[in-house]
Design a binder for this molecule. Structure first.
Ligand SMILES: Cc1ncc(COP(=O)(O)O)c(C=O)c1O
Length: 435
């Protein structure tokens, strides 16, 4: 039987031919090069001049460094305490949904996402973030990166000008660059994006991308007066505000800050959120809160990107939220991150004193330190050799001058690791005659 099965398989795949009366032979039509095929094509011999790619793609930020630096050591940014995630609960929900998968769940889902998940997110956003929305306006996307991609396709044309925070989120820049937009960097000061400076540089920009709850990377919270100025500018100019609210669940000081979208009276704000920070990034689930009149256009644009989101993990997440695990997880993690953040601040103060200027420690899972008088990229390269993940602040600027310093993530750095890591940082700085 195994021999007969092997013959049948080789016949089915065209490697053998059988002729009535003369038996089975190796197929004559088998091209010789298939038999000798190398597993990969050598790129050495290719004529690169004849292999044109788009001009836009030549200007995109490289993503290789991002992946390589993950988990390298203390201070990795955008990484959370994975070991504290309630995996047993999550796995039991996954099992429950695996067992209950039916034939009808195999079809494309709603392009806006699973209704029950959208209802739960809408409720959470109204209560926790002061977002004005109902489930009809919520589109589930594969992380906020895809949310921004779809939003850009709906709102912007090639050649349009877009304000971006300076310093700002590098991977958002790539989305606008891919869409052929012109990025206008607008400085961030102690109150957030400087609206007047933006208006002086390019009053007619079609859109602005902001992180008002916890500016990325500096961590500043946008002041109330700046929020109102930005909303006024957008309304009077017919421009759009894209609000990226990526990590506002964790706030350690002061009152919770509500969203910019919640202040908007003219439906000028597209609000984007994600589960990447508050749960885990491999989930790839985020959401866009769309102004009501644009929902149909967003659905059409979404079709052009990936038709609809996968349904399985949406259903798992809907139960995770609905059964109270989400709220419980946030409450638990807030205490853990607060501990890490306080330890980091204490150690930075102890080791560096007034030399270090800390920013953005009120919320989120990272803070930034400004350390002028050094080359942050040089220190960062030395840090990598010693397993210290020091993301250079200057890398987030488009223009000059760029402030020197580091973004220090404390999400995945335990309280026990912090003192030694800060000491290592001090040693690296001493070698540069600072601190
Ligand atoms: C400013 C900012 N926005 C959004 C995200 C999250 O992106 P996503 O939801 O696509 O994982 C990150 C992740 O690091 C971020 O730093």
């Amino acid at each position: 039987m195994p021999v007969l099965n092997a013959y049948a398989q080789l016949l089915a795949e065209g490697y053998l031919e059988s002729r009535v009366g003369s038996g089975t032979v190796v197929s004559r039509s088998l091209p010789e090069r298939t038999a000798k095929m190398q597993p990969t094509v050598q790129s050495k011999g290719l004529n690169h001049e004849r292999r044109r790619v788009s001009k836009r793609c030549l200007h995109l930020a490289s993503a290789q460094g991002f992946y390589r630096s993950r988990g390298v050591g203390p201070f990795t940014v955008s990484q959370m305490a994975f070991d504290h995630f309630p995996l047993a609960v999550w796995n039991s929900l996954v099992t429950r949904h695996t067992r209950s998968t039916q034939a009808k769940s195999l079809d494309y889902g709603d392009p806006m996402g699973l209704k029950v998940l959208r209802e739960r997110i809408a409720e959470y956003l109204r209560i926790a973030r002061g977002v004005r929305c109902d489930a009809q306006q919520i589109m589930i996307v594969s992380g906020s990166q895809q949310g921004l991609e779809v939003t850009t396709r709906v709102l912007l044309d090639p050649g349009d000008h877009v304000w971006m925070e300076e310093p700002g989120y590098r991977f958002a820049r790539s989305v606008f660059a891919c869409a052929g937009c012109n990025i206008v960097p607008v400085r961030v000061d102690a109150e957030g994006l400087n609206v007047a400076a933006g208006a002086r540089r390019c009053a007619g920009a079609r859109a602005v991308l902001v992180t008002p709850s916890h500016q990325y990377p500096l961590g500043v919270t946008m002041s109330a007066s700046r929020r109102l100025q930005l909303l006024d500018w957008a309304e009077s100019n017919g421009s759009w505000i894209i609000e990226d609210d990526y990590d506002s669940e964790y706030r350690y000081e002061g009152m919770p800050v509500t969203s910019l979208q919640g202040l908007d009276r003219n439906s000028r704000v597209v609000y984007i959120g994600t589960f990447s920070k508050v749960l885990f990034p491999s989930l790839r689930i985020g959401y866009v809160v769309i102004p009501e009149d644009l929902v149909e256009r967003f659905v059409a644009a979404r079709f052009a990107v990936d038709i609809a989101p996968g349904t399985f993990h949406q259903a798992v997440l809907a139960d995770f939220i609905g059964e109270g695990h989400f709220a419980r997880h946030i409450r638990r993690m807030r205490l853990i991150y607060a501990d890490r953040r306080n330890t980091l601040i204490e150690n930075l103060n102890h080791r560096f004193g007034p030399v270090v200027e800390m920013k953005g420690a009120e919320a989120g899972m990272h803070l930034s330190v400004v350390l002028n008088g050094i080359s942050d990229r040089e220190v960062s390269a030395r840090g990598a050799q010693e397993n210290l993940s020091l993301v250079p602040l200057s890398a987030f600027y488009l223009g000059r001058p760029a402030q020197q310093g580091f973004i220090l993530g404390f999400g995945s750095t335990s309280v026990q690791q912090i003192p030694a890591a800060v000491h290592k940082l001090q040693m690296l700085m001493r070698a540069r005659n600072v601190a």
